[in-house]
Design a protein around this ligand. Structure first.
Ligand SMILES: Cc1ncc(COP(=O)(O)O)c(C=O)c1O
Length: 444
C-alpha cells in the first residue's frame, strides 16, 4: 500500500476520506507512529533508570496527552494552565513537572502550592521564583528542581530556538548558581534535581556536551540531587535529507557518563529527558485543499492557494522551517511526495504554496530570512489535496488560528484503523463568545 512518505499508514485514500468527512484544513495524527516514538525514547540506554517527560507544548490536545501518558511517559509543563489542562484530561499531578517563565502571585500562587502538594514537581527557573517558593517548600519539606542556564552551550534549529545563549533567559544563569544556593541554604531548601534544556532541534554533539557540563554542575553544586534532567531538543527528521537524533547513541553516551559520575561520587542518578518534537512531529499531517491558482508574470512564480496556511502551521513563517509536501488528487492518487520527486521536472515543476491570510508571508515555503522560495511539486487541479507533513508538533498548539477570523481547525487521530475526531472545528460563534458589544451610547 502506497503511503505518503513511505513511513506509517497514511495513504492517499485516507487523505481523501479525512477531507471528505471532516473538511479542510484538518490535522491528521497517526497513533502507531506516536507509539513507535514513545517506545524509542523509553528504550534509551540508561544506567540507573530513565523517566521520559513529554513536552506537552508540542501538542496539548487531551487525547494526545492521554495516549502518550498511557504509554508510560510523564509530562513537562510550560505553564500552570498546561498542568490544569492535562489534569482535566485525567492525568495526575504527580506525573508532571512545571518549568515556566511564569511568576504566579495571589490566587495563582495559592493554586500553584496546592498543585505542588498534589505531587507536581516544581523546576525553579529564576531567583524570583526561588524567593517566592522558598517558605512554602521549606515548611512542607518539598524538594525542588533547578533549571540552569548553561551560559554559552545552547543549540537550536534556528537562533530563536536556542535556549542556552545570552539572548535567551530560561533558567538560573550559571553565574547565579552560588547566589541561588546560598539563599536556598538560608531557607533550608533541598534541590533533588537539576535540569538543563539547551534548545530545540539542535546539534546532537551539543546535546552530548551538555551531558558533561550538567553532570559537572551536579557534582560541584548539588550534593543532594538524585535526578538529572537533560531537557528535550532531540532532533527529528521531517525532510528526506534530514537525520534524526540517534537515541541509542545519545543514551549510551549518557549511560557511560552517569556511570563515571557514580564511580567518582558514589551517587546513582535517575536520568530524565523531555522530548516534544521527537514524539509528535512526524506523526502529524495537515490536510489542506488547493482552492486557487495564480501567477506573477514571466519572471514571477506559480502559486497554489491552500485552504489553510500560517494560521494552521506558522513554523515556516516563524522559523523558516521546511516541511515535506504531498499532493493527492481528489480521487485519491498520490501526485507527488517530497520523498519521491524523480518523475518531476526540477525546473518547470516549481510552485509556491500559500495560505488564505492577508499576509505576504503566509506561505508554507520560506527560508530563514523570511523570503518565499518555490519548491518542486506536481501540478494539482483545483480541489486536489495539499498535505503538509511533519505537523504533529508546534503546529496545532502554536498557531495564530483566529487570524483573519479563520476558525481553529479540527484534529483527527488514526488509531487502530479508526479515524477519531479528537477536536471539533471551532465555530465563528466560539471566536466571538467572549466579546461584548459596545453600548449604543458610546457609538457616535
Ligand atoms: C524546557 C523544555 N523542555 C523540553 C522542550 C521540548 O523541546 P523539543 O520539542 O525540541 O524536544 C522544550 C521546548 O521548547 C523546553 O523548553
Amino acid at each position: 500500500m502506497e503511503t505518503l512518505s513511505g513511513k506509517g499508514n497514511i495513504t492517499p485514500a485516507i487523505i481523501t476520506e479525512v477531507a471528505n468527512r471532516f473538511g479542510t484544513p484538518v490535522y491528521l495524527y497517526e497513533a502507531d507512529l506516536i507509539s513507535e516514538k514513545c517506545d524509542n525514547v523509553l528504550s534509551m540506554p540508561n544506567k540507573y533508570g530513565l523517566r521520559v517527560r513529554y513536552a506537552m507544548k508540542a501538542n496539548s490536545s487531551s487525547a494526545i496527552l492521554q495516549y502518550i501518558t498511557g504509554k508510560g511517559l510523564h509530562l513537562d509543563l510550560s505553564s500552570l494552565n498546561e498542568g490544569r489542562r492535562a489534569h482535566l484530561a485525567g492525568i495526575p499531578y504527580n506525573k508532571m513537572m512545571l518549568t515556566t517563565q511564569e511568576v504566579p502571585i495571589g490566587k495563582e500562587r495559592i493554586d500553584l502550592e496546592r498543585i505542588i502538594q498534589k505531587g507536581m514537581k516544581y523546576n525553579v527557573c529564576s531567583l524570583r521564583q526561588l524567593e517566592l517558593i522558598a517558605d512554602f517548600a521549606s515548611k512542607n519539606n518539598i524538594p525542588l528542581s533547578m533549571r540552569i542556564h548553561p551560559g554559552d552551550g545552547g543549540s537550536g534549529e534556528s537562533a530563536t530556538r536556542n535556549t542556552g545563549d545570552k539572548y535567551s533567559c530560561f533558567g538560573i544563569h550559571l553565574t547565579d548558581i552560588e547566589k541561588a544556593l546560598s539563599y536556598a541554604k538560608s531557607k533550608r531548601l533541598i534541590f533533588d534535581q537539576v535540569h538543563v534544556h539547551i534548545g530545540s532541534g539542535g546539534d546532537p554533539e551539543k546535546w552530548r556536551e551538555n551531558i558533561d557540563r550538567e553532570l559537572g554542575f551536579m557534582e560541584k553544586y548539588f550534593p543532594n540531587a538524585k535526578t538529572v534532567n537533560f531537557g528535550g531538543g532531540l532532533k527529528e527528521a521531517r525532510m528526506p535529507e534530514e537525520t534524526p537524533a540517534d537515541i541509542q547513541d545519545l543514551g549510551l553516551y549518557a549511560k557511560k557518563k552517569i556511570e563515571e559520575f557514580y564511580n567518582r561520587t558514589g551517587r546513582k542518578l535517575l536520568m530524565e529527558i523531555e522530548p516534544g518534537t521527537y514524539i509528535m512531529a512526524i506523526s502529524g499531517n495537515l490536510v489542506t485543499e488547493v482552492i486557487d491558482k495564480k501567477q506573477t508574470g514571466s519572471d514571477g512564480f506559480e502559486f497554489l492557494v491552500l485552504s489553510g496556511g500560517m494560521e494552521v502551521n506558522s513554523r515556516p513563517l516563524n522559523y523558516g522551517s521546511r516541511h515535506p509536501f504531498y499532493l493527492v488528487s481528489k480521487d485519491g492518487k498520490l501526485l507527488s511526495s517530497d520523498f519521491d520527486l524523480k518523475h518531476l521536472d526540477k525546473k518547470n515543476d516549481q510552485r509556491i504554496p500559500v495560505g488564505r491570510c492577508c499576509e505576504s508571508g503566509d506561505s508554507q515555503s520560506l527560508d530563514e530570512h523570511g523570503h518565499i522560495v518555490p519548491r518542486v511539486m506536481a501540478n494539482p487541479k483545483l480541489g486536489d489535496y495539499f498535505v503538509i507533513g511533519g505537523c504533529g508538533s508546534y503546529c496545532s498548539s502554536m498557531s495564530p488560528f483566529n487570524y483573519n477570523s479563520h476558525v481553529q481547525a479540527p484534529e483527527v487521530l488514526l488509531i487502530k484503523n479508526e479515524l477519531i475526531c479528537i477536536r471539533k472545528r471551532q465555530s465563528l460563534k466560539q471566536i466571538v463568545a467572549n466579546e461584548r458589544q459596545l453600548p449604543q451610547r458610546l457609538i457616535s
